[in-house]
Design a protein around this ligand. Structure first.
Ligand code: GLC
Length: 439
């Protein structure tokens, strides 16, 4: 163990270090009082920091024998993944609890980083959760995470502007383009900063989520999982990419979108600078919060559009809580996870931060439905969202897709088909390596 005391004689230093270890493990102290056990929780940067501070305060109040030490990683799923997996690869024993994006479970399970939770997360308690959120936590018959929230892509829109021009929320992408163009033409003089669309097109995981929705709603898929083959060069996939770069980016949306993740794209919408905005359920609360949005009360949410007879597609997102295989405090870590994913805290996060809960019963909770009226119509979208491909090498597959999509959108003149074939070949090589590893 590294000891921070350089100048003291070695025995004194050992005594100080021993007392630090003692403190960190919840043993008896010199005074006889039991020091709390420290649970190290590696988390992403939350959209609602105050709700998280409050949750941890309540937990500590109710569990005085435990202390939560949070390490806050970046907001982005990709950056958080890099930080967390670096610790897990280094076999850092100080990590106890972490979030897993719904796409990471096969990787974390295959690498032995996440503990199987079947003994603790009983079948009876699983029944309270939405089936899709449990499914993403399973790998080879074991469960590795407890669902803490569900996400699905939604289309937010300016109710006032659509109403002013006599539009209903668009059912197809072509309708969205038509509506946004009409509104921009009419509003240009009054609001020169207004754009038609705001979403996440930076090179990171969110880009794959957005593109899956465009591709799915044009009839394409990313990977044919039965055959283990990437499908980026299919005609429909290429048509979807062409739609985004030729009809959305540039004509309707600022090219700055190529640098936007969720917070920047939501900020543009909340400042009143976009007619339409694609985001996850939590955006409702922020866009309608007068302290954080200048368009509060003028926001609607609808399913994402489809195209010519093909229904819209929402990417399934969300986060599970897992316990590190190396944690020395698995029981205490489980207490913390049970608290965060329990009925009361799921309700608390839904109410305070607009997070869509993973527990089924909360979708019929009258108070939550009043605060989140969009859930009445959106429940179907949330519960039938399309998962991303499942593979222990998903992060590497995603990197290849991110590079391809990002280049395709950034260079409007790029010949898409050869680029798509190149990316497919790289993905297929990875898929071949893991063919026998089907979940
Ligand atoms: C949200 C989703 C997660 C997704 C990420 C992409 O956090 O819950 O599944 O990977 O956004 O930005």
């Amino acid at each position: 163990m590294w000891c921070p005391v350089k100048a003291v004689p070695i025995l004194g230093a050992l005594a100080i270090c021993a007392s630090l270890v003692c403190h960190a493990t919840g043993d008896e102290t010199a005074t006889g009082a039991s020091a709390p056990t420290v649970i190290r929780f590696v988390s992403w940067k939350p959209d609602y920091p105050r709700a998280w501070d409050e949750a941890i305060r309540i937990f500590t109040e109710r569990h005085p024998h435990l202390r939560i030490e949070r390490e806050i990683a970046p907001h982005s799923s990709t950056a958080y993944h890099d930080l967390l997996t670096q610790k897990l690869k280094n076999r850092d024993p100080s990590v106890d609890v972490f979030f897993m994006d719904v796409i990471w479970v096969p990787e974390f399970a295959a690498a032995g980083w996440a503990r199987p939770l079947n003994d603790r997360f009983t079948e009876a308690s699983q029944e309270a959760f939405l089936p899709s959120t449990l499914e993403v936590g399973r790998y080879h018959g074991h469960l590795y995470g407890v669902p803490s929230r569900i996400d699905a892509g939604l289309l937010y829109y300016r109710v006032d502007l659509l109403r002013k021009y006599g539009f209903e929320p668009p059912g197809t992408w072509n309708e969205l383009v038509h509506q946004a163009t009409t509104i921009l033409d009419g509003e240009r003089a009054a609001t020169p900063t207004l754009r038609g669309y705001s979403a996440q097109f930076k090179q990171y995981e969110g880009l794959v989520c957005n593109m899956l929705e465009f591709i799915g709603s044009h009839g394409g898929i990313l990977i044919d999982e039965d055959r283990g083959a990437a499908r980026l060069s299919d005609e429909r996939t290429l048509a979807a990419i062409e739609f985004v770069r030729a009809r959305l980016l540039g004509p309707l949306a600022s090219r700055a979108l190529l640098t936007y993740q969720e917070p920047e794209s939501l900020a543009a919408f909340a400042r009143g600078n976009a007619v339409f905005h694609r985001n996850w359920p939590y955006a409702w609360e922020i866009a309608n919060n007068p302290d954080r949005s200048s368009i509060a009360g003028r926001v609607g949410a609808a399913p994402l559009p489809g195209s010519d007879g093909i229904p819209g597609v929402a990417t399934l997102g969300g986060w599970l809580l897992g316990i590190s295989s190396l944690s020395r405090h698995a029981d205490e870590a489980w207490e913390f996870i049970s608290f965060l994913t329990g009925h009361d805290m799921q309700r608390f996060f839904a109410r305070e931060a607009g997070i869509a809960p993973s527990r089924t019963v909360l979708y019929a909770d009258p108070e939550l439905l009043t605060a989140n009226p969009q859930w009445r119509s959106q429940a179907a979208v949330l519960h039938s969202a399309t998962p991303r491909p499942r593979s222990p090498v998903y992060p590497a597959l995603s990197h290849i897709m991110q590079r391809f999509f990002s280049r395709a959108l950034a260079y409007p003149g790029l010949d898409l088909e050869p680029e798509a074939r190149r990316a497919e070949r790289e993905m297929n090589r990875l898929l071949d390596l893991t063919r026998s590893e089907a979940p």
